[in-house]
Design a protein around this ligand. Structure first.
Ligand SMILES: NC(=O)c1ccc[n+]([C@@H]2O[C@H](COP(=O)([O-])OP(=O)(O)OC[C@H]3O[C@@H](n4cnc5c(N)ncnc54)[C@H](OP(=O)(O)O)[C@@H]3O)[C@@H](O)[C@H]2O)c1
Length: 254
């Protein structure tokens, strides 16, 4: 897979799946635009990307819940590299909450996991049409399956909305030669659960149970999800659009 001279914008590139995907794209000679909030982590990932093929990435520090920051991602990418070939909407938060908690958790999770994706996609779309590029959205098995071991109601709702967004935009953009796909991981070893508010001890317990209970007896690694993202973004996947691609060790079969 060759991304020589291709510009790839990746949100949530400062951690977990997004960081792994950024490094993998950089190894295939892509010009990567790394989006996140934690500057120290972004710079670490940028250094790894640059080491791969000597191409300096663009780092954009952005709070995705702020429209002006989302607008700046596209304008800075175009200013630096002149085009966008691939958009990876990977950033996401896990927000827990029960239906008894009101709409606070819902508003919080929808702002990042859906609204920001909607806005960034709409701003990047004209550029993707010019390059006949493509989009990969990072969703979850939580889109079609309630998560038993965590109180993830708001998160599940946000990922279900994201999958429908993927399909609708795929249909709309097909006439322009732009593909849109979703990658739906199951439990993946990243800082995600801790960022969602679980303690280190809770995460250890959660991981132990997942390694034991998932049909293939293990969790997913972020590099494996990155492989699938890069494949879908490549020309090898030229006939694939509107797809929801599960990578979950069989979790969604349980
Ligand atoms: N890990 C799993 O088990 C799992 C399973 C299924 C799906 N997923 C999905 O995979 C994607 C990546 O998650 P991960 O597991 O790699 O988790 P992670 O390590 O916590 O990474 C999340 C990334 O999203 C960024 N982010 C979150 N909210 C943001 C905001 N408001 N503005 C800007 N950036 C924001 C974070 O940036 P900073 O750190 O710089 O703040 C970070 O780079 C998410 O969409 C998640 O829902 C994860």
């Amino acid at each position: 897979m060759d991304f020589n001279n291709k510009v790839v914008v990746i949100t949530g590139a400062s951690s977990g799946i997004g960081a792994s995907a950024a490094v993998l794209f950089a190894r295939q000679s892509a010009k990567v635009v790394l989006v996140g909030r934690n500057e120290e982590n972004l710079n670490k990932v940028a250094a790894q990307c640059e080491t791969a093929r000597g191409i300096r990435p663009l780092v954009v520090r952005a709070e995705l819940d702020t429209d002006a920051d989302v607008e700046a991602i596209v304008s800075k990418a175009i200013e630096e590299f002149g085009a966008i070939n691939v958009l990876v909407n990977n950033a996401g938060v896990g927000v827990c909450g029960s239906v008894l908690d009101g709409v606070g958790p819902y508003d919080k999770v929808m702002a990042t996991n859906v609204r920001a994706v909607y806005l960034l996609t709409s701003l990047a779309a004209p550029h993707l049409i010019k390059t006949k590029g493509n989009i990969v959205n990072v969703s979850s098995v939580a889109a079609f399956k309630p998560i038993k071991d965590a109180d993830y109601l708001p998160y599940c709702v946000s990922k279900a909305a994201l999958d429908q967004f993927t399909k609708c935009v795929a249909l709309e953009m097909a006439q322009h030669g732009v593909r849109v796909n979703s990658v739906n991981p199951g439990g993946t070893r990243t800082p995600f659960a801790e960022n969602a508010g679980f303690t280190k001890a809770q995460v250890e317990e959660l991981y132990k149970a997942r390694d034991k209970n998932y049909p293939l007896g293990k969790m997913v690694e972020s590099e494996e999800v990155a492989d699938l993202i890069v494949y879908l973004a490549s020309d090898r996947a030229r006939s694939i659009t509107g797809g929801v691609h599960v990578i979950d060790n069989g979790e969604s079969l349980m």
